[in-house]
Design a protein around this ligand. Structure first.
Ligand SMILES: *Cc1c(COP(=O)(O)O)cnc(C)c1O
Length: 423
């Protein structure tokens, strides 16, 4: 079973004889055992099984297994949101006094998480341009750096990460590269094939795909050898006294240590596991991910080409356009398509963009992206409305910028809608 389309449908839950065809929802907080010693073995991580859904749940694990297969990883876990996935992926290996190198063009929520909330926890971040030279990138590292972070395709600015460049620098400094692969999805890019070590997702976007369920996922490639740097990663390489002295790398190998620690220690303490019903919805989304992502990308390219030729449009940003700065990088890492999100400027600035948005009929005004409904957002009059035109430029969001997420409708209808709104 090697085709990614087959994995979307078949990986994860495999029913036995006479068992339900669709993934069962294990709607239970807790699990029953015959003897205390059976349960004791679970607490000692001596046997596989479930005790409490705050840490782990079978429905979630079947879906995590599918995503691990899609990404080509060895272990995975679901989280309550994409925010939780990125927080735990970093916090699993960094603590107060540590430092992370991150691409500067990342999702706004992640930027806040890193630069405000995690900074309060004592973790420092250095943000570098995704276009920096190798030299500039190497200069960002410190002796206490524990990881490098970036997004395959950044939301919303659509920069494309040179994964090999970032992986090379991370590995030269003995730390893993964590890549948020939300926009590309494993259909269009599998960062592990280019040297990334940990992949995260907001499953709330294309994976769920129907704007129905908030969720996240962390996947481990199983390739990063923590045991080569025991001083950098004591949480993985020395006994966890809060877990009966288990040493995760010894007991679970480099393929399993990262995810097991994150579940056993961080889910136990923070309780941000995904809910079984959400995982069920996510799994339904994953079954058609390959079909939907292709359609989102094909339609987005058509719309981007239409916009590029329209006289009322000032500029178009879409990595699939030959005129785009990232076209070559995208051709290398995303040969089958990039994503369904486009940004562009309407001639006439803030006011013209607002008027244009008001005339749209098919494209709904929403803060979401990456689901089956075409939707759009004018940051200058909504999410960023408190900022002046100058402050908007500093935030990388011009006053005329419209973000458009192409859905699964007939692309001809989407183009007609844009056409009439641009008149
Ligand atoms: C939406 C998003 C997140 C946050 O995910 P939530 O599920 O909304 O918490 C993180 N990274 C990227 C790239 C996103 O698009």
């Amino acid at each position: 079973m090697t085709g990614i389309e087959t994995k979307c449908v078949q990986s994860g839950y495999k029913p036995g004889n006479g068992e339900p065809r669709q993934l069962p929802i294990y709607q239970s907080t807790t699990f029953k055992y015959d003897t205390s010693s059976d349960m004791g073995k679970l607490f000692d991580l001596e046997s596989d099984g479930y005790m409490y859904s705050r840490l782990a749940n079978p429905t979630c694990d079947f879906v995590a297994k599918k995503i691990a297969d899609l990404e080509g990883g060895t272990a995975a876990m679901l989280t309550s949101s994409g925010q939780a996935a990125n927080f735990f992926a970093v916090f699993n290996i960094a603590e107060a006094g540590d430092h992370i190198v991150s691409s500067a063009t990342i999702y706004g929520g992640t930027f806040n998480l890193f630069s405000v909330t995690m900074k309060k926890m004592g973790i420092d971040f250095t943000f570098v341009s995704p276009d920096c030279t190798e030299e500039e990138l190497n200069r960002a590292f410190r002796p206490n750096t524990k990881a490098v972070f970036g997004e395959t395709i950044a939301n919303p600015v659509l920069t494309v990460l040179d994964i090999e460049k970032f992986a090379k620098a991370a590995h030269a400094h003995g730390v893993p590269l964590i890549v948020d692969n939300t926009f590309a999805t494993p259909i269009n890019c599998r960062p592990f094939e280019w040297g990334a070590d940990i992949v995260t997702h907001s499953t709330s976007k294309y994976m769920d795909g129907h704007a129905s369920a908030i969720g996240g996922c962390i996947v481990d490639s199983g390739k990063f050898d923590w045991t080569k740097y025991p001083d950098k990663f004591p949480g993985l390489c020395t006994p966890d006294e809060s877990y009966h002295g288990v040493t995760y790398t010894e007991k679970f190998g480099i393929e399993g240590a990262f995810i097991t620690k994150c579940v056993a220690q961080l889910m136990r303490d923070f309780g941000s596991n995904q809910q079984a019903q959400i995982a069920y919805l996510l799994n339904i989304g994953l079954e058609s991910l390959h079909l939907r992502v292709k359609r989102h990308c094909d339609s987005a390219l058509k719309v981007a080409k239409f916009l590029e030729e329209n006289e009322n449009i000032a500029w178009v940003n879409y990595p699939g356009l030959e005129s785009n700065k990232y076209y070559e990088t995208a051709s290398k890492y995303l040969p089958n398509g990039s994503c369904g999100v486009i940004s562009f400027g309407v001639k006439g600035g803030r006011k013209a963009a607002e008027e244009f948005m008001g005339k749209l009929k098919i494209a709904n005004i929403e803060t979401h992206v990456a689901d089956s409904h075409t939707c759009c957002l004018h940051p200058a009059s909504s999410t960023h409305r408190q900022l002046s035109d100058e402050q908007l430029v500093d935030a990388g969001v011009s006053a005329d910028l419209v973000r458009l997420s192409i859905g699964l409708e007939d692309p001809k209808d989407i183009i007609e809608d844009l056409k009439q709104a641009l008149l």
